[in-house]
Design a protein. Structure first.
Length: 266
């Protein structure tokens, strides 16, 4: 069933509020705490008042206006609900980019209905760029207007731009080897995009993104934005992305997606 306009407006309200909280912290000297692991292994995992404050603000709105909806957030975990709907929140996806002054971070807000990701927002509140996907449509919304998003055609990996957030930190040794093989066959590789890389894929500037060790809040909002722009979003085996996250391959063209899967699976 199509998502009702009130729910879409509510998702925008959440993104607006998150941006209000986050913007004053960007490129400021703020405290950085270390959560201490990524993907179950020891690794610097930064968190700031921007992350915590934005999620607190979003949760407060959901609790007040849609108390029957469940919430799953990176900073404050899971709150059960009874409506069959779950808001999946990553208040600052790309905290490493955030604390180093780069703009490739964003706020991720997804809506799941009985486990299906039905709406996703990638919001870059400093650039004032919002990418939203639902009901067969994906759009970029800026103060200047709206633009329909479409991934670009890419017939083969030899013509493709491939990306990942980090080329070794989030892969184990076998995954790293497989990813290097994909990069070797591609025209160009680009690293460090965080969630903004998926927005660029939906806009038609990147062809493939390969990741691993993703959490549910890392991926839930990305799928509707990319898929509704014409892209393909699967795990490394070509199946649906797990509710728990894990490994993913996102591509703008099914032909290059199939070629990447073949290399990854040896």
């Amino acid at each position: 069933m199509p998502i009702d306009p009130a729910t879409i407006a509510f998702a925008h309200k959440l993104a607006d509020r998150a941006g209000e909280v986050i913007r004053p912290y960007f490129r400021q000297r703020i405290a950085i705490d270390d959560k201490g692991e990524v993907g179950g292994k020891p690794m610097f995992d930064p968190v700031t008042a921007a992350d915590r404050g934005a999620e607190e603000a979003i949760r407060k709105i959901i609790d007040a206006e849609r108390p029957d909806d469940a919430i799953l957030g990176e900073e404050y975990g899971h709150k059960p609900g009874t409506s069959g709907l779950t808001w999946v929140l990553d208040p600052v996806d790309g905290t490493r980019a955030f604390i180093t002054g780069r703009h490739t971070w964003g706020t991720l807000i997804a809506l799941e209905e009985n486990g299906q990701r039905i709406l996703g927002i990638i919001d870059q509140p400093v650039l004032r760029e919002r990418f939203i996907g639902f009901d067969g449509s994906s759009e970029l919304i800026t103060p200047e207007g709206r633009e329909r998003l479409r991934t670009r055609e890419c017939a083969s990996l030899s013509q493709a731009v491939i990306s990942t957030t980090h080329p070794w930190a989030f892969f184990d040794q076998d995954d790293r080897r497989a990813f290097r093989n994909v990069c070797a066959a591609a025209r160009m590789s680009y690293f460090g995009g965080d969630c903004y890389g998926y927005a660029l894929l939906a806009m038609g500037y990147i062809d493939v993104i390969v990741e691993s060790m993703l959490k549910p809040w890392d991926v839930a909002a990305l799928i509707p934005v990319v898929a509704n722009a014409g892209g393909v979003f699967t795990d490394w085996k070509g199946g649906p992305v797990s509710p728990e996250g894990g490994s993913i391959v996102a591509a703008g063209d099914p032909r290059v997606h199939a070629e990447v899967l073949k290399i990854l699976n040896g």
